[in-house]
Design a protein around this ligand. Structure first.
Ligand code: NDP
Ligand code: HSE
Length: 428
């Protein structure tokens, strides 16, 4: 067998060590599948004093020396963020190296440009691990599902927030404690704001939408709300009406040439396949015109599942190198038309803390009536200090009408606080 494929790895944290462990544990099978061995020749890190699973001689803090090293065949970028990852990936491609990355921020913001660069040089640029951890999503969207017009995609795409919401639902755990556990397990981003505020999901859903529709969906056009305002009270009301609360990324095709892309918590009907996706598990549910409904699920974060996705990409690149095939990077163009959320119609859950006195309910109902928002369900209870709680489930209404009604309701003297607003997926 000829010389091993030489890998330059940038970053050796949660994902880097998972990828390395998989190579060590499954080396024989991986070598057979590629037809040549893989040698992790150099690893770039930031802190030279950290203890590592490999001999220190493998490590360097000079990452530029890796992406310019003529003996390196493939660069695996597992640092995260834009700086210095974007520069290093670009230099790796300019120096004729295939690239595998798990960096969703990089692909969401610079994917179109970098994939074009890879394609122009007949190189691979793969990023399966960037969305859904260990779940194969990118390749099926690029290949097996590519003949479909995608009508709708909805995904639980962040392991950290799904872990937190599941702990809150099943164990009444405190938000901050559940986040700490997710961080300790290696699920969270370097800045967990990205996870809980839906930023990570917005990167991932923009990548999936860009592939599915063949044009880049700019991440700044993705409507975004996170899970910080979800309380155990909301989870309990949702349960009482047969729903689970999940942070979802949603893409709706609007006509032939536009999409609406959004990230927010949703109340998902208990019998929807996404409702039973718990803990660190992620899932993507998709409806295509010919395939119908499809769902992919698996562990969406963590060292081993993400290492598995990185290794899958590496094997793909290795096979291309050994077989002499050309790079299979599939570029997408800039400029997908993204419509704002205002015209989307949803049902809504609304929890209000109100003054417990006559006419309160009537005043709120009047406002709903003015904006043609009709109530599907309602619960009321008395709270201490002459306050009450009223919780509504509405029928479908446009975002614009609901937002206008909400502003007026919030300003009613009888309303003490808008305690929760969550979009609701309709029961089938
Ligand atoms: P970690 O923080 O665990 O590891 C990051 C690695 O990059 C560390 O080895 C760190 O060095 C190195 N590094 C960071 N900044 C620099 C720098 N400026 N110069 C040199 N080295 C640097 O991150 P993860 O492994 O969790 O994530 C890596 C990527 O994978 C990110 O893009 C993330 O979004 C993505 N991802 C993560 C998943 C997960 O479950 N954690 C799942 C899917 C994707 P040092 O070791 O010295 O600190
Ligand atoms: N922080 C991310 C998550 C890692 O929790 O899903 C996987 O992309």
């Amino acid at each position: 067998m000829s010389q091993d494929i030489r890998i330059g790895m940038l970053g050796f944290g949660t994902v880097g060590t998972g990828t390395y462990r998989m190579l060590v544990d499954n080396r024989e099978a991986i070598t057979k599948k590629i037809g040549r061995g893989i040698d992790i020749a150099k690893i770039g890190i930031r802190d030279p004093k950290k203890e590592r699973a490999l001999d220190q001689s493998h490590f360097t803090t000079d990452l530029e020396s890796i992406v310019t090293d003529p003996s390196i065949d493939v660069v695996v970028e597992l640092i995260g963020g834009i700086d210095p990852a974007a520069d290093l990936v670009e230099k790796a491609l300019l120096n004729g190296k295939h690239v595998v990355t798990a960096n969703k921020e990089l692909i969401a913001k610079h994917g179109s440009r970098l994939v074009h660069l890879a394609k122009s040089k007949n190189l691979d640029l793969h990023y399966e691990a960037a969305v859904g951890g260990g779940i194969p999503l990118i390749q099926p969207l690029k290949h097996q599902l590519a003949g479909n017009d995608v009508i709708r995609m909805m995904g639980i795409l962040n392991g950290t927030s799904n872990y937190i919401l599941t702990k809150m639902e099943q164990e009444q755990a405190d938000f901050a404690d559940a986040l700490k556990e997710a961080q300790a397990a290696g699920y969270a981003e370097a800045d967990p704001t990205n996870d809980v505020d839906g930023i990570d999901t917005s990167y991932k859903i923009s990548i999936l939408a860009s592939i599915a529709f063949g044009k880049q969906v700019p991440v700044e056009n993705v409507f975004r709300e996170g899970i910080r305002n979800i309380g155990i009270t909301d989870i309990e009301y949702a349960r009482s009406w047969g729903y689970k609360i999940k942070l979802v990324g949603v893409v709706d095709a609007i006509g032939k040439d536009a999409v609406c892309v959004r990230v927010h918590p949703s109340m998902i009907p208990g019998d929807h396949p996404l409702a039973s996706v718990n803990g660190v598990y992620n899932a993507l549910w998709l409806h295509g015109d010919f395939v119908g409904d499809v769902m992919f699920s698996g562990r969406g974060a963590g060292s081993d599942p993400t290492g598995s996705a990185v290794m899958g990409d590496l094997i793909d690149v290795g096979r291309n190198i050994v077989g002499g095939g050309s790079g299979s990077a599939i570029p997408y163009e800039a400029g997908m038309k993204v419509v704002p959320i205002d015209d989307v119609h949803s049902s809504f859950y609304l929890r209000l803390r109100v003054k417990d006195r006559p006419k309160t309910l009537g005043q709120i109902s009047m406002v709903f009536g003015e904006y043609a928002i009709s109530i599907a369900e309602m619960q009321m209870k008395t709270l201490p200090d002459n306050l009450g709680e009223i919780v509504f489930l509405t029928h479908r209404a446009s975002e614009r009408s609901f937002a206008q009604a909400l502003r007026e309701v919030e300003n009613l003297e009888a309303v003490d606080q808008v305690a929760g607003v969550i979009r609701v997926e309709d029961k089938q």
